[in-house]
Write a protein that binds this ligand. Structure first.
Ligand code: SF4
Ligand code: SF4
Length: 458
């Protein structure tokens, strides 16, 4: 008996004679006394009687995947897990992103679509083909829910397409007992309360808006295409709509410059809406593929230093502190993931021409599309992406394998001009894992206390 190579031990926490165990494959998190840890570490050399005292605990830890009988069993489990991640279909929900248009009223300095930008809107016949394709996928894979994200360009630059598709798909899904909802990924400039009220009837359940700082700080990154700032109008629209629908905010930041997030939180707090808003998402601005036909001419390549692990660690710590100070809910930093590009049936993006993409960052590069809504089958690119088992190039006992699966395929292309190399952030994970696990443990403890207090009050 031994610890799984995917178990992380947070030593001497929360008490000096206790330890937290977290398994990156099963996501099990438990607290054990120091004596149980010693029993596991000395299992093979201990007297039977010394181990049997803890046998019940060991059985539980084994079932949670935190300990294994031997290394071979551990490695077999991770291989099975990786195979399952790739081929499993989550039938609870089919997430699909739809570009109603490639046009945009803003000209963001880091936009990955800018080099292949056109003013093209999704024409009615492509809308019909897209809906036919969606219906056949929903039936074929027996999904229980369709979750659309209207995206662009700026999706609100083609409102008729949103209305047509949402109205039709809502009715079609309703007739078949399939749940239907959609979200808007918008820059917020054209959003109005009237529009939100209309969309709520059609299944809208959230809006995500990018805000990159306060005032001129935002306007520097996200100016209007015709010139001038966009911040004031966007903030007014958020204020007008945030009581109608859940609005999440995405913030992009450059080279570790996260102090603007602190200022944005203060600003939203002064307006009285910080705690009304949905989830915040933060991402470093990164390099993007080159212009149409030349994805290898990487743009913003100086931004690739944003992926420097030290910068990511410092930025993440600061953001966590800003959120903690304001009591904002934080997402767990520990989760299993595999790049959707390498999965058979996961989310998909349909562009305004009807081409299918497995990753939004590849939009505008037809050579990376995996099919078209007019065709029933995916193309050879889909098969090529499916074969990208880059995790096989990593040490199979890497603790973080279930969290990373060899990393982002786009990053591999940006760094190597091909998709088949692991992109490893192990130093970042090595430095952050303990903090993430402790945060998760504290969150669970707080939730348990709240439940107990509620039960006492009742
Ligand atoms: S290639 Fe990277 S950005 Fe694209 S889906 Fe995969 S992990 Fe996400
Ligand atoms: S890319 Fe790095 S962290 Fe991810 S599985 Fe491979 S070695 Fe581990």
């Amino acid at each position: 008996m031994q610890f799984s190579s995917h178990t992380i031990i947070v030593e001497q926490y929360p008490q000096p004679d206790e330890h937290l165990l977290y398994n990156t494959r099963t996501q099990a998190l438990v607290k054990i006394p120091a004596a149980v840890k010693t029993a596991i570490e000395t299992y093979d050399s201990s007297e039977v009687s010394a181990v049997s005292r803890y046998q019940e605990d060991l059985d539980v830890l084994y079932r949670m995947g935190l300990i294994v009988n031997n290394l071979e069993e551990d490695l077999q489990r991770i291989k099975d897990h990786m195979r399952q991640l790739k081929s499993s279909v989550d039938r609870k929900s089919f997430p699909v992103t739809l570009l109603t248009t490639y046009a945009c009223n803003l000209k963001c300095s880091y936009c990955f679509e800018e080099s292949s930008r056109t003013n093209e809107k999704m024409p009615p016949d492509t809308q019909q083909q897209a809906m036919t394709w969606l219906k056949s996928k929903l039936i074929e894979q027996r999904y229980q829910k369709l979750y659309l994200t209207f995206y662009g360009g700026e999706p609100l630059a083609n409102k008729p397409a949103i209305k047509t598709i949402a109205t039709h798909m809502q009715q079609w899904c309703r007739d078949r007992g399939i749940e239907f909802n959609f979200m808007l990924q918008t820059n917020g400039y054209l959003m109005t309360p009237d529009l939100i009220r209309q969309y709520l009837k059609l299944g809208l359940n959230q809006v995500r808006i990018s805000v990159d700082g306060v005032g001129q700080e935002h306007d520097k990154y996200r100016p209007l295409r015709k010139g001038g700032g966009s911040f004031d109008v966007i903030m007014k629209n958020i204020l007008d709509c945030c009581d109608l629908v859940l609005i999440g905010i995405s913030v992009s930041y450059e080279k570790g410059q996260v102090e603007k997030i602190d200022r944005l939180f203060d600003y939203l707090d002064d307006l009285g809406i910080l705690h009304k808003l949905g989830r915040f998402l933060f991402s470093p601005i990164h390099a993007t593929l080159g212009p149409e036909g030349h994805p290898e001419y990487i743009q913003n390549s100086s931004c690739m230093c944003n992926y420097d692990d030290q910068m990511l660690v410092e930025s993440q710590r600061k953001i966590n502190r800003y959120m903690q100070q304001r009591g904002l809910p934080m997402r767990s930093g520990m989760s299993t993931s595999v790049c959707p590009v390498t999965r058979d049936e996961a989310g998909i993006t349909i562009d305004q021409k009807g081409y299918l993409y497995k990753c939004n960052s590849m939009l505008g590069h037809k050579e990376f599309s995996t099919g078209h809504v007019s065709e029933a089958e995916y193309n050879e690119r889909h098969q090529e992406f499916l074969g990208l088992d880059v995790w096989k190039q990593c040490p199979v006992d890497c603790t973080y394998m279930p969290m990373c699966s060899g990393g982002c395929r786009l990053s591999s292309f940006l760094n190597n001009q091909h998709f088949n190399r692991p992109t490893c952030h192990k130093p970042y994970l090595n430095r952050m894992a303990r903090e993430f696990i402790i945060k998760d443990y504290e969150r669970i403890m707080t939730q348990q206390k709240e439940i107990q207090q509620e039960q006492i009050v009742r």
